[in-house]
Design a protein around this ligand. Structure first.
Ligand code: BEZ
Length: 210
């Protein structure tokens, strides 16, 4: 059965551009964004990897490690990294798994045979420090991802883990949030001292907690 939200993700070992990786050791106590791309030396993937490298500071600020993957060889990755640096003006600053034997791709269901039975689709897994799967998104090969959206989800997950709130449509860092319906008004008074606006008893909007 494919991995589902809330599952503890499986560990693996695999070669990478930064040496052999034991996934649990690599993750440590951080969040991880594990993502696959279909193939080295392809245009969309080249732009994606450059964009992720440029977001390094944003990932670090959130305690997130990044790990890329395709079913290409280490030699292929190493050659392609030079192209990424040349065309995207940034050196890759996170490991890229060389999953030639498809060990990780199969474990994480990154090959969707009715789409392509050789290459991985564009999978994204957000994994929390407890190694639980918190989000998956799957994009088709011709569609480049928006990694700012993935950062936005990390912000929402970290905020809603710390506070009894949920994030409304199109929420972004600093916007108002929703008090969980499971919190009584009585309890909410202590948790949200600046108050809230109740549009309905189940729709209470408050400032984002610090
Ligand atoms: C790309 O990364 O450009 C790409 C890869 C596979 C299919 C289509 C596009």
């Amino acid at each position: 059965m494919p991995l589902q939200l809330g599952d503890v993700v499986p560990n693996f070992t695999q070669d990478s551009t930064e040496g052999p990786i034991d996934f649990y050791d690599y993750a440590g106590n951080d969040w991880v964004i594990l993502f696959s791309h279909p193939k080295d030396y392809t245009p969309v993937c080249t732009t994606e990897l450059g964009a992720v490298a440029k977001l390094k500071g944003e990932f670090e600020a959130r305690g997130v490690k990044v790990l890329g993957l395709s079913v290409d060889s280490l030699a292929s990755h190493e050659g392609w990294l030079k192209d990424i640096e040349e065309t995207q003006n940034v050196a890759l600053n996170f490991p890229l798994l060389a999953d030639e034997d498809r060990k990780v791709a199969n474990l994480y269901n990154m090959i969707h045979p009715n789409e392509d039975n050789v290459f991985t689709v564009r999978s994204v897994f957000i994994i929390d420090p407890g190694k639980k799967l918190r989000l998956t998104i799957t994009y088709p090969a011709p569609t480049g991802r928006n990694f700012n959206e993935i950062l936005r989800v990390v912000d929402a997950l970290q905020l809603t883990d710390r506070n009894k709130v949920a994030t409304p449509v199109n929420w972004k860092q600093g916007d108002d949030v929703i008090i969980l319906p499971s919190v009584s008004d009585e309890d909410a008074k202590g948790m949200f001292p600046s108050g809230w606006k109740a549009h309905k008893p189940y729709l209470r909007v408050t400032a984002q907690p610090k």
